[in-house]
Design a protein. Structure first.
Length: 759
């Protein structure tokens, strides 16, 4: 009798009606630094609403960058709102101050600094208003200078390579003139500092519409998030007045500082920074509204924000080896898993998804690579308003099991490298415009299809976002009516387009060619990631009691019957072994995703508890010589997820530890990168979070009804967890190695669906 059966029969204590008490994350999850940082790369994240701050102390000053999720300029570059510097005399944060401490209070979502003279500084962001509060108390009278630093006060052409931060191109494009960086407006106003950016011209949109042949389709009707977009901040305090305007440089970038100074020394200060972002044609009205809202911050209480964070942590958690201490690998995995959720939650009320390549927490790019990126603090690679579905999906899949549906509602993508305009990125749409060596073949790459080496015919990841929508209803009954047209038209494209292009084969099946297995298997026929994904998404759609916006149950049942089977073949290099094949055939490979394994995750066709032969997927991972170099433990790689779903505990554990252990590159433990993308690499942690969840609880088998606990859990990890399963089910328990106690399954009827281990 295996451990899983003994556990199921004898060791689980089941409380069928008991509610789970609110929890606090372990005290050791607070990040505490007792020395100041060298630069912005040694910053710590804090945020709320749609604003994120990178906060650090350097050379006796306290500094923070301000980011807002919708701050897109004329070139669709996501800009910082600015940088704030706090300086005090006498300085409680002299480098010789033995009392220095910087602490992230993770349970309550704020940062404090302590220093000489019993000085305490608290920095928090209001979850409802995104207002930034800085509260200073000291036993000694202090003089305070609060500086708002801006580096965009002069209109200028971008430097070569800097345009990568825009939507003009994910790589430098010599055939397009370097875009213009337009200036901000900043000045003293009403005893504070007002800094904002207002978009006027939007040359990118004009180029994008013309490039894609849409100029005759009423261009003014296209969604243009850059048009009149206005974003900025107002910093003020009753205890400060306008001071000097000074200049300086930080890490090679010149800035102008508007300084608020204390009228006289005080033991307490309160500094408020209101933030805003919206489209506006009346800048005067917009700025006055920002100032008026910032004035109301004076009466705001932190109580509701702390209450929000406490409820957020009680919603879901995975705590590992909580008593082991900070150097324990399991402790670090659990802590950094929670920090991933934390960084996502800082944008819980944003209009736009959290960016996979840094989220709201990027810092000066030269600290990512000083030789390649000597640009301003606005720079990040793979940026602009371009959202890369392959990467973004890994941030949002784990939110199903954490129950973070409020955060999930920001995202829906229909193709790889799509801009927030709803159109493909201009560089990716037609490589022939930017290369003398490529010519668009109108048969293989008709108008409307991306023409470039990586993204042509790549539509698979959009199916993942469609299925996320369906899974959100499956998990908790979320009303998905607003997203149904996206889901149905996304699915319909494969059916209608490929029938129009190719007809059906002699078995009445779709001929999905030309297609693409992720970015790797190009001009593919019936890619495994496509056909497996279509079957899963259509099955989930049919399983829901949902009002259709386009089709009906008969249509989707017939469509499902037209989807080809997942291809199988002899493993390359091993003729006696059967592997899931990446496609029936393909013309060439471009990238390094082993898309045969997408049948394991995200689609769950192969895995523990499924009727398919799991050996075929395991063979595809270990015995396919063609994809032997396609694996890894960083960035958007998914190996630990596949290991967990295939029940390979040792491999899943090793990969998850490597992915979620403390960073050795940056000071904050959950800042890693750049890997394939940027620092901090948020999709690196999203992939790790999914893997950890799948090691602990799997719910994809038996038409989403099975709850499999500890399918790939190492014996050396103890702790406790709370996760959500399909059908509005909540599961929590204590774990000691391979034993579970205090198991709570709500509703109790779902207890019969619980199985254990790899049985």
């Amino acid at each position: 009798m295996g451990w899983f059966r003994r556990l199921a029969v004898g060791t689980a204590l089941v409380y069928l009606t008991q509610s789970v008490l609110a929890i606090q994350l372990p005290a050791g999850y607070d990040t505490v630094w007792t020395t100041q940082s060298n630069n912005s790369a040694g910053s710590m994240p804090v945020g709320g609403g749609d604003v994120g701050l990178n906060v650090w102390a350097e050379a006796g000053d306290l500094l923070f960058y301000i980011a807002n999720s919708g701050a897109f300029d004329e070139n669709n570059s996501l800009l910082k709102l600015g940088r704030v510097r706090l300086s005090m005399e006498p300085n409680p944060f002299e480098l010789t101050a033995a009392s220095f401490e910087q602490r992230l209070h993770i349970n309550d979502g704020y940062i404090t600094f302590t220093g000489d003279y019993n000085t305490l500084i608290k920095i928090w962001v209001d979850m409802d208003t995104s207002g930034i509060h800085t509260e200073i108390t000291s036993d000694n009278d202090l003089s305070l200078t609060a500086s708002f630093e801006n580096w965009r006060l002069t209109e200028r052409p971008m430097s070569e390579g800097e345009e990568v931060q825009t939507s003009w191109g994910v790589n430098p494009v010599s055939q397009i003139p370097l875009p213009t960086q337009y200036n901000d407006t900043i000045h003293f106003r009403q005893n504070g500092v007002l800094s904002y950016h207002h978009n006027h011209d939007t040359p990118l949109t004009t180029f994008q519409i013309t490039e894609q042949g849409l100029q005759n389709d009423n261009p003014s009707s296209f969604f243009n998030p850059m048009k009149n977009n206005t974003f900025g901040a107002f910093m003020w305090s009753r205890q400060l007045k306008s001071g000097a305007i000074t200049s300086g440089a930080y890490n090679g970038t010149n800035f102008t500082a508007y300084n608020l100074i204390s009228e006289h020394p005080c033991k307490t200060f309160k500094l408020y920074i209101g933030t805003a972002q919206s489209a506006s044609t009346n800048v005067g009205h917009w700025t006055q509204s920002l100032i008026d809202d910032a004035a109301k911050m004076e009466t705001a209480s932190q109580y509701n924000t702390i209450k929000w964070w406490n409820a957020f942590w009680d919603r879901s958690y995975i705590i590992i080896n909580p008593e082991a201490g900070p150097d324990d690998s399991g402790f670090q995995v659990g802590k950094n898993y929670q920090y991933f959720r934390y960084m996502m939650a800082c944008n819980a009320k944003g209009k736009y998804p959290t960016r996979f390549n840094g989220g709201l927490f990027t810092f000066d790019p030269s600290y990512v690579n000083p030789l390649w990126y000597p640009f301003t603090p606005d720079f990040r690679k793979w940026s602009g308003g371009t959202f890369t579905a392959q990467n973004q999906r890994l941030l949002y899949w784990p939110l199903l099991k954490t129950g973070d549906y409020d955060i999930m509602q920001h995202v829906a993508l229909t193709s790889e490298q799509i801009d927030n305009t709803g159109l493909p990125n201009v560089y990716e749409y037609d490589a022939s415009l930017f290369s003398n060596n490529q010519t668009r073949d109108p048969v293989l790459y008709p108008a409307g299809i991306d023409f470039n080496d990586w993204l042509s015919w790549y539509q698979d990841t959009a199916n993942e976002f469609a299925d996320m929508v369906l899974q959100a209803k499956l998990y908790n009954g979320l009303d998905i009516t607003p997203w149904m047209s996206f889901v149905e038209y996304q699915l319909a494209w494969f059916d209608e387009y490929y029938q129009m292009r190719n007809g059906l084969d002699f078995n009445g099946k779709l001929i999905i060619y030309p297609g693409s297995g992720a970015e790797t298997y190009k001009l593919a026929l019936n890619s495994a990631s496509t056909v497996s994904g279509l079957r899963k998404t259509l099955s989930d759609l049919l399983a829901l009691n949902q009002t259709w916006s386009k089709g009906n149950a008969t249509y989707y049942s017939q469509y499902l019957s037209r989807v080809p089977e997942t291809p199988l073949d002899s493993c390359p290099g091993y003729s006696t072994l059967t592997c899931v094949a990446p496609a029936v055939n393909y013309s060439f490979t471009e990238n390094t995703e082993p898309t045969a394994l997408y049948t394991v995750f995200p689609w769950g066709e192969y895995g523990l508890g499924q009727p398919t032969n799991l050996t075929y997927a395991i063979n595809a991972y270990f015995n396919d010589t063609q994809s032997a170099t396609f694996h890894g433990v960083h960035g958007w790689r998914q190996d630990q997820i596949w290991f967990a779903r295939m029940g390979l505990t040792a491999d899943a554990t090793a990969n998850t530890i490597s992915r979620l252990n403390d960073s050795t590159t940056y000071r904050f433990s959950a800042f890693k990168g750049p890997n394939y993308d940027w620092s901090p690499d948020i999709n690196h942690y999203g992939s790790g979070a999914i893997g950890l969840q799948e090691m602990l609880m799997q719910t994809f088998a038996r038409n989403n009804t099975q709850i499999r606990l500890l399918p790939a859990w190492p014996s050396e990890w103890t702790g406790y967890f709370k996760l959500q399963a399909p059908f509005s089910t909540h599961v929590s328990a204590n774990i000691t190695g391979h034993s579970v106690s205090n198991l709570v399954v709500i509703p109790a009827s779902r207890l019969n669906d619980v199985v254990y281990g790899t049985e």
